[in-house]
Design a protein around this ligand. Sequence first.
Ligand SMILES: *Cc1c(COP(=O)(O)O)cnc(C)c1O
Length: 466
Amino acid sequence: MNDAELIRRDLAVLWHPCTQMHDHQSLPLVPVARAEGVWLHAHDGRRWLDAISSWWVNLFGHGHPRIAGAIHAQLDRVAHVMLAGVTHEPAVGLAEDLLEAAGAPFARVFYADNGASAIEVALKMSFHAWRNAGETARTRFIAIEGGYHGETLGALAVTDVALYRDTYAPLLHSPRFAESPAPRAGETPEQAAQRAADALDALLARHAGETCAVIIEPLVQCAGGMQMHDPEWLRRVRAACDRHRVHLIADEIAVGFGRTGSLFAHQQAGIAPDFLVLSKGLTGGFLPLAAVLTTQSVYDAFYAEYATRRAFLHSHSYTGNPLACAAARATLAMFRDEPVLERNRSLAESMREAMAALAELPHVANIRQCGMIAALDLVRDRASGSQFAWQERRGLAVYRHAIAHEALLRPIGNVVYCMPPYAITTDEIQHMVRIARDGILAATRDLRPTSVVVGSASFDPAALEI
Ligand SMILES: *Cc1c(COP(=O)(O)O)cnc(C)c1O
């Protein structure tokens, strides 16, 4: 197999996700022949450090033998069987493992096969639980500014990322959006948490009677630009939901499984949501699977004679796929058997040190980190806070530089971030951040007065000419 030939065939037949295919007239595809640990390898010997865990799904590195082994073993037994009216050990065992890991008050697990579908499940379940309780006025949700919950229509409606949402707005149900708890200019995280919680409380005071649930991403709004907030906001949100009697849905699709420093992000605030939505890292990045954990009281709202028509009649063909469940059980076992969170703390510290050096770059602002997620903003002018226009595509220039220099870094607009697999070494962290640094220099080169010297041994000005 030859990389150029593969790319030629790809561009003749494929339509890639989240991509203006026209870009690929000049933007090279990354041809992956095999992957191991943090590295993606081409057929011709080139390689890339997967600095974004393949869209945040990979936890312990590509090809991790324990997860691969669990899938192999399951493959010899049963690859797939429907889950309505049928049961199997991987689905049952995983539900037990998830409930044990998440703790009280979770009592039930409902499977889906991707993040957006699991969000649909949580939204429908919340709405339907209220309806079954006779509260038919509750038809709307409260979502958070800058939040992202996936791109199917129900999930997209509670998403506030214009790039994904605006085009489809006429098709979407209409949630209310509450203020983001991410600090605004001049605000401390504590002040931001207070401000946003007060605003949510006021919104609930007016609209709780027609609200099913508040849906949030605990600690980090990822696709919305790695916006981070204080755990105090989560406590205040939980208290407001209790006070006004609405459900709380925690979308931990991206932040679950150790990404923020704890197994689940909401645990850092000492609170629990009514619905916990998991996907991405659930299988260690091996297979598609999602799960919605909820409470006994939500489950009880559906449990009745068939003729009451209270059942939750939602399904996906591959619900609870045994191979994916086996991968997920192996993933959870890794957290039990190895000091994953402890190791991540020291990796996160290395990331913090490496990223701190980027603060000297003239077009970098707002370096931030939460556990294994580190991010910064590319800005035109740090002093005035003026932004680059999206049309300049500075982030894309960082991406281009990185793939020419052995790293897959995929900025979100002008937000450059690293969210590597936990298998990364401290040397590889240096490598990753050095490439980010050089990529930022390359992407902002035209703006630097020539008298300003920003030294970097490996900076290659030719890198932009891909
Ligand atoms: C990725 C993501 C989703 C959607 O998951 P998919 O599997 O891509 O549909 C939803 N919410 C959050 C927070 C995510 O990061």
